[in-house]
Design a protein around this ligand. Structure first.
Ligand code: CCH
Length: 301
């Protein structure tokens, strides 16, 4: 099996971290930071993992190819990949698979979040033959049973699903990407446990979305006015999947816990994000992750 030649363990990762930090603030982009979309890139590159077949995950950086990069579930992530391109050019020894996952971890920390332990060693696929099939990432229009279906496949439990969902403290939905519209919290470039607090506290109402959104599979979402906001300010939002966390008897106690205990959320988020970016990454004794555990046939079904 051919993989790209890589020397990723010999480079200076601290310099890469510094260079990622240096590009995070971007005045004209969204809320002034590319941090949230970098976190989403790290997550979507990892979230294709399937425990049973041991396929997918961040190793390989398959999103460089159309079958994964062109998946409507990944709409908008081409911007994140383009933002990181100058860093790849400056440090050509790093693999895309390492760069994308590292960038997510660096962004979380830079936005006020916890340290996420990160290890190097991923390789890049030389072609797209090992890419996972589409349809493995979650659909925000669905509910708790769908979240379980998707995240149990990766090997996560209910507590971990709720902790991971707290990443929606960051960033926003874009009508031209997912069809959903708006931010979850008032300060979407500041990592915090506001997402859980607002889920519990605000009076969420269902709002129908435009035909353009409905065509992307987003026909409605939850909205609520931020506390103290003027009526003409755009409301905060929750996806149907986000709101399902407080409708479900097993998820809800974790939402309550993380709303009350910021430190517990930070600790649990750090652990679960570290687990996410490690899914399917098996290193040899030299520290380099191989694809030897993958067999092409596993993707056929
Ligand atoms: Fe998410 N997410 N996500 N999400 N997500 C979206 C945006 C972000 C779902 C759907 C959406 C996680 C889990 C889920 C981020 C991190 C994580 C959007 C808007 C949708 C839709 C995309 C757009 O329009 O640009 C669903 C469903 C799930 C199910 O659980 C997890 C897990 C993480 C990370 C740990 C981040 C960050 C964003 C903001 C991106 C941006 O561009 O601002």
């Amino acid at each position: 099996m051919s993989v790209q030649e890589n020397h990723q363990l010999s480079g200076d990762f601290d310099k890469v971290r510094d260079d990622i930090m240096a590009i995070l603030k971007m005045k004209d982009y969204d809320d002034g930071s590319i941090g949230p979309v970098l976190v989403r890139l790290a997550w979507h590159s990892s979230g294709t993992y399937c425990k049973e077949t041991d396929t997918g995950g961040s190793n390989g950086a398959g999103m460089r190819y159309e079958s994964e990069g062109g998946d409507p579930a990944n709409a908008g992530l081409q911007h994140a990949r383009t933002f990181l391109e100058p860093i790849k050019e400056k440090h050509p020894w790093i693999t895309y698979a390492d760069l994308w996952t590292l960038a997510g971890c660096v962004a979380i920390k830079a936005m006020g979040g916890p340290d996420v332990p990160w290890k190097a060693g991923r390789s890049d696929f030389a072609d797209e033959s090992l890419n996972p099939p589409r349809g493995r990432l979650p659909d925000g229009a669905q509910a708790a049973d769908h979240l379980r279906h998707i995240f149990y496949r990766m090997g996560f439990n209910d507590q971990e699903i709720v902790a991971l969902s707290g990443a929606h403290n960051l960033g926003r939905c874009h009508t031209d990407r997912s069809g959903f519209d708006g931010a979850w919290v008032v300060q979407p470039t500041r990592f915090s446990n506001q997402y859980y607090k607002l889920l519990m506290k605000l009076d969420w109402q269902k709002k129908k979305l435009s035909n353009e959104s409905a065509e992307k599979g987003a026909s409605w979402q939850w909205v609520a006015q931020a506390p103290g906001a003027d009526e003409d300010e755009p409301p905060l939002m929750m996806l149907p999947t986000d709101h399902s966390l407080i409708e479900d008897d097993s998820f809800r106690p974790w939402v309550e816990k993380y709303a009350e205990d910021r430190d517990a959320f930070f600790k649990d988020f750090s652990a679960v994000f570290a687990k996410l970016v490690e899914l399917g990454v098996y290193r040899g004794e030299d520290g380099i992750a191989r694809f030897s555990h993958l067999e092409k046939g596993k993707y056929d079904s």
